[in-house]
Design a protein. Structure first.
Length: 226
């Protein structure tokens, strides 16, 4: 499934009412690779999580295909994420007591039995390609880079139509980071997956179709790839 994105009049507020980010109009076609760039605290992650429906205090439209996340309550919104979005978090959010494969195949707990084998196979392929240890250790003994690679395999295991990544190469060595960039761009191109990533990595931003600058809680003028 291909899911174009349309954002209109988006506003995200803190619990006290302070506006954290605004975006007038923003759209992404299926298969596009978009970079989000800006200084720390500018609102990049805030915007990315709004695109995943993870901002509870937002108004306006965040529409993927025919689904406007702003109109859904928590249950349908979570279901949409499980079915269509692969999230790569900057702080990993792994289950420490599980192995790499256990973490990467968490989606099998929420999917019909017919899809579970495919998820396990895809997770294993990404873990192997990203050189994640397969010795049965739990991830509490992993390095930062090993944790990041495990989190990436988990995000991609259910073959999502949308990939949202927050600094996906930040904990990786250059060779592994470049391999990941090639894989992410290849997935977007070949399977019309929408890729939107927050990054300070020039190597990654160089590969994007478009780069959007975010500053002071606002989406700024669109930039060409750096």
């Amino acid at each position: 499934m291909t899911l174009p994105l349309r954002v209109e009049d988006l506003s995200i507020s803190a619990p006290g009412g302070r506006v954290l980010l605004t975006a007038g109009r923003f759209s992404v076609a299926p298969g596009e690779a978009i970079g989000l760039r800006g200084p720390s605290g500018a609102g990049k992650s805030t915007f990315l999580y709004a695109l995943a429906g993870l901002q509870p205090r937002m108004t306006g439209k965040v529409q993927w295909g025919e689904t406007d996340l702003g109109r859904l309550n928590d249950g349908p919104r979570a279901r949409f994420r499980r079915e269509h979005i692969g999230l790569i978090f900057q702080d990993f959010l792994l289950f420490e007591e599980l192995t790499a494969l256990g973490n990467a195949t968490l989606a099998t707990a929420f999917t019909p039995p017919a899809r579970r084998r495919s998820i396990r196979e895809t997770a294993g392929q990404f873990l192997s390609r990203l050189n994640v240890p397969s010795d049965g250790r739990t991830v509490d003994s992993f390095s930062g880079g090993e944790r990041q690679r495990t989190a990436i395999a988990r995000a991609l295991a259910h073959q999502p139509s949308i990939i949202l990544a927050d600094e996906p190469t930040a904990s990786l060595d250059r060779a592994t980071a470049d391999l990941l960039i090639t894989d992410l761009i290849g997935l977007a191109r070949a399977e019309k997956k929408t890729l939107i990533t927050v990054s300070h990595d020039r190597h990654l931003l160089d590969c994007m179709d478009r780069v959007i600058d975010i500053a002071d809680g606002r989406l700024m003028t669109e930039a060409a790839p750096v």
